[in-house]
Design a protein around this ligand. Structure first.
Ligand SMILES: Nc1nc2c([nH]c(=O)n2[C@H]2C[C@H](O)[C@@H](COP(=O)(O)OP(=O)(O)OP(=O)(O)O)O2)c(=O)[nH]1
Length: 185
């Protein structure tokens, strides 16, 4: 019976090769650590200078029977006022994102959504000047009640391939192609 091989298998050799695909190579990281050139998400263990505030927002694309998506115009006086967004809001301490979404959809649109009717689709990660936005986007096709405009300036049902006709926050641009893929134009 053959004993354990002492020669390394090709796959093991391959694993030993230094990886060069990551721009944050060890030299890059040590340089950043020395100069404090990298920023951390607040609470993160790595770097202490100029921490970035991470804001988690839960958002939803409500979809009607014609495969249109609901967008809502942000109120006057708020950050990004006048831009068209997906309904949702900031996750409060102690909340699960799905709970946030159900609460926000009720507060903003007057509808009742069951958690089982929320399907995760994609997410946005965007660096704003004062915070890092992380925003999962759910799809919802079933809810109870009539959608009413409560907190926004206006509401619109829009086909996914027409979303670019509406000025949206910069974070939302990458959310459009997955919606077009899922729902068609
Ligand atoms: N709901 C939602 N927020 C978005 C989208 N895109 C985007 O950049 N945001 C940003 C705008 C806000 O900075 C944040 C949403 O927070 P929010 O709506 O609960 O907060 P707000 O600005 O009304 O402020 P607040 O008074 O509730 O604190 O996420 C989007 O499509 N939907």
């Amino acid at each position: 019976m053959a004993g354990p091989s002492t020669t390394r298998s090709p796959s093991r050799e391959r694993r030993k090769q230094p990886t060069s695909c990551c721009p944050a190579s060890s030299e890059g990281w040590t340089k950043k650590l020395r100069t404090g050139g990298a920023r951390s998400i607040s609470g993160g263990p790595f770097f202490s200078e100029s921490p970035v505030k991470l804001v988690l927002v839960a958002a939803c694309a409500l979809v009607d029977a014609d495969r249109r998506v609901l967008i809502a115009q942000r109120p006057e006086g708020k950050q990004l006022a006048g831009l068209w967004e997906f309904p949702g809001g900031k996750v409060e301490p102690g909340e699960r994102p799905e709970e946030t979404l159900i609460r926000e959809l009720h507060e903003e649109l007057g509808i009742t959504v069951k958690e089982a009717c929320l399907a995760p689709l994609t997410f946005a990660s965007h660096t704003y000047e004062t915070f890092q936005l992380l925003m999962p986007l759910w799809i919802c096709k079933r809810w109870e009640g009539q959608v009413i405009q409560k907190e926004h300036q206006a509401l619109k049902w829009v086909r996914p391939n027409k979303l670019r006709d509406y000025a949206m926050p910069p974070a939302d641009e990458p959310l459009i192609p997955p919606l077009v893929d899922l729902l068609g134009g």
